[in-house]
Design a binder for this molecule. Structure first.
Ligand SMILES: Nc1ncnc2c1ncn2[C@@H]1O[C@H](COP(=O)(O)OP(=O)(O)OP(=O)(O)O)[C@@H](O)[C@H]1O
Length: 684
């Protein structure tokens, strides 16, 4: 878990404890180097940052010109001579182009020197150019190699792993090939990509080599478990996912290659490369994110085809990644029956060249015709389930009403003071985050430590105070969630907040931003008319951000002061009607009981732009776990009550509000997710 710090540098918060991840993630304990140890990271990590004032590409260019530094304009970076090279490294470089080994990201200003592997922020670069290098930061700029503990693990696993064809039992090799779908992938291909197999963990091992073949920087282990008719893959990386920046296949790319196909899995890259001979690279964390740190390695390509998978999520990720890579050079393979993922296409005997030729340009002009849209519309119609978004695992009733959590929408959430808004929204966002929705929190009212504590308690579904010996297990797992916090506290300007959100979308591929709450951006206007105008402006800014960035924004807004015995309505949201008009969804936490159903609160969905279903469902607060979701055993009971009676609000008001959805089905199709991961499973 990363924290965006106002000072400009992110820190892993001190929850960052490695503990006994190896055993936890299913690898044999024999490979675990000694007893679990606590390791505090005190240093700033060099990889990512959130500048206070984001630098623009114009400013970067002006600065380089003003300092007489030559540069070339690239797709996503500016290339310049590196000030981080020793004399010998400089001598090695011949020709004008190869001496431009410094890549400066046009959006963040962050740099990477491809020769020395120094990297840092725009401020670090300026300090270096102006001869005011900070000795303390120097080590950080070059801290590329994995920590000693990681190196030991990496080496130990790599040495134990062997090529598949060297397995002593042919049946074992055959079984592994079947499990990983590699029956049509030749030994030669596996050899070229240096893929090995770790027998004790029954996992494939993909190496991450330093550029220039200077040793191993990391590994990814891929385990396969049979699940019904299909296979479920489990990935483990060293270093942990946030620092695993391997573009698998990079050592096979030649400087002269100008085209590449990007895939979301190593297995797809193997299959694609084998059957087409084209350069292929696999993203380190699939469709989850494209860290900007990888962009310099992709600068050399004039054309990039993104073939990320066969579902809508892959399609959405491809569109987002293309924005970062520069859409003008990107083409996207549309998921569909005739376009499965590359490994499957090879196994089905499909013509991969034909699929690649059908890739659509990512670049859209401002005006498009229906001809350009018709494929997208068809995609939506044939993937209705996926279009509805990510479904909650803890709140089946939210799935029933809202159908899912979709990108690009604005949700407004309100409820009486002290009714549990923060507590509820924390669990609602955590639920999505555990399912891979990259989440950014803006908690202006309570500190991040308090918020993280609430979330961790909800994650563990119990009081951690009473099981401190398990703290590390939970904290380790929690840390791997794609969860980030803005470090703002108290009043903030909307501009700063939106800038930070934009930065986070770019750097961390954030899909959901939670703002708790809007009142903290309203400044100190005393007149109510000024306050209402300010709120309208802020709501408009969040709406625009959600649409432009294809990111969901959940905005907590306090209600107007109303009689305590009156139920809140959409019109009770503070300010003018702008908030509810702009919102795609309006949720109200009502602090009163439903006649039927457990709990002393209920949640009301009073607006749903996606398909219009509105309604209510009960919330039962559990003080120990700080959760509102209904534990699995009570779900059956609740369903029975619903089936028997339907639900009714105690004091229903007019219209659809207060009544259970009439036109929605019982949520039968919801994912059979367990309520929460069982901590006992963590320390297998
Ligand atoms: N349903 C509930 N029943 C009892 N206590 C609750 C309930 N929900 C939350 N709480 C507790 O009430 C306190 C306030 O909750 P929370 O901060 O989530 O409310 P809020 O609506 O966000 O407050 P505010 O209006 O100040 O923003 C917390 O200590 C929380 O644990």
């Amino acid at each position: 878990m990363w924290v965006l710090l106002r000072s400009g540098y992110p820190f892993r918060i001190l929850l960052s404890l490695r503990g006994k991840w190896m055993g936890r993630r299913g690898l044999p304990r024999s490979l675990v180097p000694g007893p679990p140890r606590r390791r505090y990271r005190k240093e700033a990590l060099p990889a990512l940052e959130a500048p206070v004032l984001p630098v623009t590409v114009t400013e970067i260019r002006q600065y380089l010109r003003a300092h007489g530094i030559p540069f070339q304009d690239g797709h996503s970076c500016l290339q310049a001579p590196s000030p981080f090279l020793g004399d010998s490294q400089l001598k090695d470089q011949t020709g004008a182009t190869s001496s431009f080994s410094l890549y400066i990201n046009k959006t963040t200003g962050r740099f990477l020197c491809m020769t020395s592997l120094a990297e840092g922020s725009w401020e670090d670069f300026q300090a270096s150019v102006e001869g005011r290098r900070d000795g303390d930061r120097e080590g950080i700029l070059f801290s590329e190699t994995p920590g000693a503990e990681d190196s030991e693990e990496i080496r130990r696993i790599w040495d134990r792993a062997i090529p598949l064809w060297e397995l002593p039992e042919p049946e074992e090799a055959q079984l592994a090939r079947v499990m990983f779908g590699l029956t049509k992938v030749a030994d030669d291909t596996l050899k070229r990509f240096s893929v090995r197999y770790l027998r004790p963990a029954r996992s494939l091992v993909f190496p991450w080599f330093s550029p220039g073949g200077l040793g191993l920087r990391g590994l990814k282990l891929l385990g396969a478990e049979g699940q019904g008719d299909g296979v479920h893959y489990v990935e483990t990386t060293i270093p942990r996912p946030g620092a695993y920046h391997n573009l698998f296949g990079l050592p096979l790319i030649s400087r002269r290659d100008v085209e590449v196909v990007l895939t979301s899995r190593e297995l797809d890259s193997l299959a694609l490369n084998q059957s087409t001979g084209l350069p292929t690279l696999a993203l380190p964390r699939g469709t989850t994110c494209l860290p900007p740190a990888l962009l310099p390695y992709l600068e050399q390509f004039r054309r990039i085809v993104l073939w990320l998978g066969d579902d809508l999520r892959s399609w959405e990720a491809a569109k987002l990644f293309a924005r970062k890579l520069n859409p003008k050079r990107c083409s996207l393979v549309r998921p569909g029956d005739q376009h499965p993922r590359p490994l499957e296409a090879v196994n089905k005997g499909l013509n991969l060249f034909r699929i690649l030729r059908s890739a659509l340009p990512a670049w859209h002009k401002s005006i498009v015709s229906f001809r350009q849209l018709r494929e997208e519309v068809l995609g939506e119609l044939s993937n209705v389930e996926q279009v509805a978004g990510v479904r909650w695992s803890r709140f089946p009733d939210l799935n029933r009403l809202l159908k899912g959590h979709r990108k690009g929408e604005l949700t407004v959430f309100t409820g009486p003071t002290g009714s549990g808004k923060t507590t509820f929204i924390s669990e609602y966002a955590l639920d999505l985050c555990t399912q891979g929705v990259n989440t950014l929190w803006g908690s202006f009212e309570i500190s991040n430590v308090r918020l993280a504590r609430i979330m961790l308690t909800q994650f563990a579904v119990g009081r951690l105070e009473e099981q401190l010996d398990r703290y590390d297990e939970w904290a380790d797992r929690f840390e791997d969630l794609p969860l980030y916090f803005m470090t703002f506290h108290g009043q903030q300007s909307i501009r700063t907040v939106i800038d930070t959100m934009q930065h986070a979308v770019y750097v961390y591929d954030i899909c959901h931003v939670v703002i708790d709450n809007l009142q903290f951006m309203m400044g100190h206007e005393q007149l109510s008319t000024d306050r209402i105008a300010a709120q309208d402006y802020i709501v408009g800014a969040f709406r625009k951000f959600a649409t432009d960035s294809s990111c969901h924004v959940t905005l907590v807004i306090h209600p107007r002061k109303e009689d305590d015995d009156k139920e809140l309505q959409t019109a009770s949201i503070f300010g003018s009607a702008k908030a509810s008009q702009e919102a795609d969804n309006v949720l109200i936490l009502q602090d009163r009981k439903l006649v039927t159903g457990p709990g002393k609160r209920y949640l009301q969905v009073s607006k749903n732009r996606f398909d219009g279903d509105v309604g209510v469902f009960p919330l039962e607060f559990n003080k120990n776990s700080l959760t509102f979701s209904i534990p699995p055993k009570s779900k059956a009971r609740l369903k029975k009550i619903k089936d028997d009676n339907g639900l009714e609000a105690k004091k229903p008001s007019s219209g659809k509000k207060g009544a259970v959805s009439q036109n929605s089905k019982t949520c039968s199709g919801e994912a059979p997710n367990p309520y929460q991961p069982d901590p006992s499973k963590l320390s297998r």
